[in-house]
Write a protein that binds this ligand. Sequence first.
Ligand SMILES: Cc1ncc(C[n+]2csc(CCOP(=O)(O)OP(=O)(O)O)c2C)c(N)n1
Ligand SMILES: [Mg+2]
Length: 279
Amino acid sequence: MGLSEERQKELEQICRESRVELIELLHKKQTGHPGGSLSACEIMTVLYQEKANVSPDTVRDKDRDRIILSKGHAAPILYMALAKAGFIPQEELLTLRDLNTRLQGHPSSHALEAVELTTGPLGLGMSAALGMALSLKLDESPAAVYVVAGDGELNEGACWEAAMCAAKFKADNLILIVDRNHVQLDGTAEEIMPMGDLGEKFRVFGWEVYTCDGHDVGELCACIDKAKEGKGKPKAIIAETVKGKGVSFMEGKNIWHGKPIDDASYEQAMKELKGGMEG
Ligand SMILES: Cc1ncc(C[n+]2csc(CCOP(=O)(O)OP(=O)(O)O)c2C)c(N)n1
Ligand SMILES: [Mg+2]
């Protein structure tokens, strides 16, 4: 069922708040990664708030959906989504990257139960997610496995091994969401390793493919609904996004991939983000 107008507005408001709180947190802790966190804000919000069957009371339920942030450097937006969905207390966000914190710089399933897979080394999430998806199918579970990957991450060959394998084994409970922000760590995706038409690539690898505006919560929800219906093939949603979305001077700039936020940039970012809060 489509999103009601009211619910869409609520999700958009959660995204606005998440962006403000994310920048406050990263500035306070003098750590990264702003760019890829901001681009994945709507994706993570829609998964945790609306589409995935997950809740703090069912963290180890065998039929829960699995959400894997394969681009683990965007951990701050994962933690923000977990806090907003009640998996961790909001105050705990302030322990980000502290020694022995549950909120490690990259997500750790050992440190925090709600994290389904430890990530950080790029290119591993899809294979692990495929294993989970196939195991769930063997158990005749209704659960879906959502994996969020970066477009730079897809340079990793292991992703394409997983892609071939997922199609062969008809992993139709596997839903990959690509944060297609066209930028990676030290340049644009095009400069570092051109990926061409990613949707077409997944299609010829035997996947069902959807494309949407990854900052439009309504479009993301509609794509996920369609992806959940299809049988016999793994699904890829190519979510077109902007790295650093919401902060003009970060948008599309690889220098804001992992850089801590200085005071002047923080003031400017807050002005822009809080200006957008009334909308
Ligand atoms: C195997 C591996 N190689 C290199 C890195 C260093 N690294 C961290 S993030 C990143 C760029 C990722 O780009 P992308 O997947 O597009 O992420 P996003 O733009 O969404 O932040 C790189 C090269 C890593 N974490 N793992
Ligand atoms: Mg990218």
